[in-house]
Design a protein around this ligand. Structure first.
Ligand code: NAD
Ligand code: MG
Length: 311
């Protein structure tokens, strides 16, 4: 679990501000943040303040020893924090990401995985293409021999003020990246997953409370939740022994935000915490769902929203 929040903001990565105890709302930076538009898909290394992926704080306890994981979008943001946590719990990780501009972020994630004594495999490419999704699964099988954990985490979004501002291409791209890829990856992965394996899909608080500027994205996030619950039933009823769950983050400080949300200076103000979460604060939910501690949990969505309500 993320313990010992003693990071003080110095160094490359951590921005935490408080001690181990205390009000969780006060542990990390609050808005306003500097205006910092980024080119899509954004770079973690350009974020101001830098995000906390648990680099200095996450301590493993052997909860995923010997497991083999694929995490899409794990060069940066939530996926990066999940990759670091999984590696420190004893898992090897395939890092899937999109663009050349993210090479540095992906190499940085890989360095933390290797520092934890685990294998890191980097694979760049567009998961909206079924062929690339099949390539990801084939690579994981040839490198690792099996797949125990599939985290479908990569996504695309764009803020638009009106319906007319959304092009048909953008609508289709959002669905292709966010939900079609999940079908392609799950379909290709399941034949290689043994009983006891786990699929975890990243949805969003937008599945419950859709933001009016994120129409296509919010619709894909609702679809992901339905897909996850349904696939869970299929795989358990077929006695495949593969659990499927989702995590619904609230606003989290990642490169997705300055690259796609014009008003990012005030990001996270709309939570009871009055601040965005950090990737490290979400990663622990994925560790739980991937581990045997969640043996009886399938078809669920775990909200990590800074107090925003999802009932
Ligand atoms: P991020 O930009 O750090 O991570 C997303 C990653 O997806 C990128 O690094 C990119 O490499 C990858 N990606 C995008 N398009 C791709 C494509 N076509 N092919 C392959 N990879 C592609 O941002 P993040 O905020 O950590 O996002 C991770 C997940 O969390 C997403 O599913 C997002 O919807 C979800 N989420 C984020 C927030 C938030 O506030 N940041 C809130 C709720 C849900
Ligand atoms: Mg990235």
């Amino acid at each position: 679990m993320m313990t010992n929040q003693s990071n003080s903001g110095e160094g490359n990565h951590n921005t935490g501000t408080a001690g181990e105890q205390g009000n969780p709302a006060d542990r990390y930076p609050s808005p306003p943040f500097p205006k910092q538009p980024q080119e899509i898909p954004g770079k973690e290394s350009d974020l101001v303040p830098r995000a906390d992926h648990g680099e200095k704080t996450y301590r493993g306890s052997g909860r995923l020893t010997g497991k083999k994981a694929i995490i899409t979008g794990s060069d940066s943001g939530i996926g990066k924090a999940v990759a670091i946590a999984f590696a420190r719990e004893g898992a090897d990780v395939l890092i899937s990401y999109l663009a050349d501009m993210e090479d540095e972020d992906a190499e940085d994630t890989a360095a933390y995985i290797r520092e934890a004594g685990q294998q890191a495999v980097l694979l760049k490419g567009d998961i909206s293409r079924e062929q690339h999704c099949q390539h990801i699964i084939e690579t994981a099988v040839s490198e690792f021999g099996t797949i125990d954990i599939l985290v479908n985490n990569a996504a695309f979004q764009m803020s638009r003020k009106t319906l007319q501002d959304i092009s048909a291409d953008e609508w289709q791209k959002t669905f292709a990246v966010n939900i079609h890829s999940m079908f392609y990856l799950c379909k290709a992965a399941v034949p290689h997953m043994r009983p006891g394996s786990s699929i975890i899909n990243t949805t969003s608080v937008n599945a419950y409370e859709p933001n009016a500027t994120l129409l296509p994205y919010a619709a894909t996030k609702a679809a992901i939740q339905n897909f996850s619950a349904n696939l869970s039933q299929i795989l358990l009823e077929q006695r495949k022994g593969i659990r499927v769950n989702a995590v619904a983050p609230g606003p989290i400080w990642t490169p997705l935000i300055p690259s796609t949300i014009p008003e990012h200076e005030h990001f996270g103000e709309n939570t009871p915490f009055k601040r965005p979460g950090q990737p490290a604060e979400v990663a622990t939910a994925y560790v739980f769902l991937a581990s045997d501690e969640a043996n009886y949990v399938s078809g669920a969505t775990l909200p990590v929203t800074g107090g925003r309500i999802t009932i």
